[in-house]
Design a protein around this ligand. Structure first.
Ligand code: AMP
Ligand code: ZN
Length: 435
């Protein structure tokens, strides 16, 4: 099985942890160059650190801290050494900006190259990067990694779906990167344009940047006849290349020589044991321009704790699929749920096409919450057989209720009815605050 950097990817745990401690000390020292961290770290003595767990004496860094230090407040190098700025794609509040030195860009490209090779791609592949370029990190992040691996890289970005398909066809694209929702849309357009989605040379897909269920991954794999690998990252931690699936597809290896991971209870901030689900908290271990300590990512997942090292030979721990962001949690009729739970149920029905939307409303005299799930079905379901549709409605309603407790109202739509997004899909509409 190929590796990009076999030495570091298979480093024995004790050596990996020693490296983490060394890099953690260096990172804390570097952070002290900023006023913010100098104040925050007054009571921290990193010279006493002897295990990675010692990180827990450091206070957390939050998105609000990044905002408060807008613009250059957390930069630890002279301005002339900064070569790149990125930003998170959040739509609320002031943007959080991240800066990189040339060495940071190289380290990042190297981490992404590890992911690409881990998924089985190589320099003989043609790579189409079907994701937004610009301040969003998905485009340039994979782009630099792919060139480092030596793949022919097509920076096609998002949009102009017919042209994407034309490029795939004309240049025999074998590997792509896209959000799961956009690649599913591309597959729909392929069918509409008279192509069989399986007829292309595609063999590997990197899908990420938004929560998606295992069922959705399998959909993508079946429709396009490829292997799809989950890719996790965020601008605050460079972007893609933080954690990625290997060929085993049993969790995403997080590159622990560069990222020190903790999982905490999002309410109490208590550090949780492997296997317990909580918020990912990450410290960068190898960043020059803008190191971040104990960053509260807002993302919910757990460390895969099956008691064994991954059979791929990599020693870096694996994290589960991301359930969603802590703030993605929906509360309907007092019950907590995540959109990904509903998605998982929907995608297990072969009649259900690739898009859906969850609508929460509050109506009626008692002003009770209602939960409607609009579901696109494949065209063959609209052949006039109402009994078939009613049976499906009953089955989906029951399965969703089994999963989330609340009974949803299911509405069927023809394919293509719901709005499509080229980036991260909008799955939830909450009308409860509206008049
Ligand atoms: P951005 O910084 O704009 O790239 O957004 C990063 C956020 O996207 C993360 O904090 C996650 O909430 C989400 N995200 C990225 N990759 C994944 C993934 N593979 N699965 C689920 N959510 C993801
Ligand atoms: Zn593995």
């Amino acid at each position: 099985m190929p590796f990009w950097d076999k030495h570091i990817e298979t480093l024995p745990r004790n050596e990996l942890e020693d490296l983490q401690v060394k890099r953690l000390k260096d990172t804390v020292a570097r952070c002290r160059k900023t006023v913010f961290y100098r104040n925050r770290l007054k009571s921290v003595d990193e010279s006493q650190f002897s295990t990675p767990e010692d990180v827990s004496v450091i206070p957390f860094t939050t998105k609000d801290d990044l905002r408060a230090n807008y613009d250059f407040g957390l930069v630890t190098v002279p301005r002339e050494e900064i070569v790149r700025m990125h930003s998170s794609s959040g739509t609320t509040g002031k943007a959080t900006v991240i800066f990189h030195t040339i060495k940071d860009i190289e380290t990042w490209a190297d981490l992404v190259a590890r992911c690409i090779v881990m998924a089985g791609a190589n320099r003989a592949d043609v790579f189409q990067n079907i994701i937004s370029y610009g301040m969003f990190t998905g485009g340039l992040g994979l782009h630099y990694g792919a060139e480092r691996v030596g793949m022919l890289t097509i920076p096609s970005g998002v949009g102009n779906t017919k042209r994407q398909i034309q490029l795939m066809h004309d240049f025999n694209t074998t590997v792509f990167h896209a959000t799961p929702s956009y690649i599913l849309y591309v597959s729909e357009v392929m069918v509409r344009e008279g192509f069989d989605p399986k007829e292309f040379d595609l063999r590997i897909g990197f899908v990420g940047a938004e929560p998606h269920s295992e069922q959705t991954r399998q959909r993508i794999e079946d429709i396009l006849d490829i292997n799809a690998f989950n890719s996790y990252g965020m601008s605050e931690l460079n972007g893609p290349g933080v954690a990625f699936e290997c060929e085993q597809k049993s969790g995403m290896h997080i590159w622990e020589d560069s990222y020190l991971l903790e999982v905490v209870n999002p309410d109490t901030c208590e550090v949780l044991a492997p296997g317990e689900e909580g918020e990912l908290v990450v410290t960068t271990l190898n960043r020059e321009a803008m190191p971040i300590l104990r960053y509260r990512t807002g993302d919910l997942a757990r460390i895969v704790d099956d008691g064994e090292e991954c059979s791929c030979g990599r020693t870096h721990v694996r994290i589960s699929r991301i359930k969603g962001r802590c703030d993605d949690m929906l509360i309907v009729k007092g019950v907590n749920m995540y959109p990904s739970q509903i998605e998982d149920v929907l995608m297990s029905f072969p009649e259900v096409a690739t898009s859906y939307q969850i609508i929460m409303d509050r109506a009626g005299k008692k002003a009770l919450d209602s939960l409607t799930v609009q579901v696109e079905l494949y065209p063959k379901m609209f052949d006039g057989d109402l009994k078939k549709l009613r049976t499906l409605e009953t089955d989906i309603t029951r399965s969703v209720q089994d999963e989330i407790v609340v009974r949803p109202k299911i509405e069927f739509l023809e394919p293509g009815s719901l709005p499509r997004s080229e980036g991260k899909a909008v799955r939830v509409v909450d009308k409860r605050g509206e008049m």
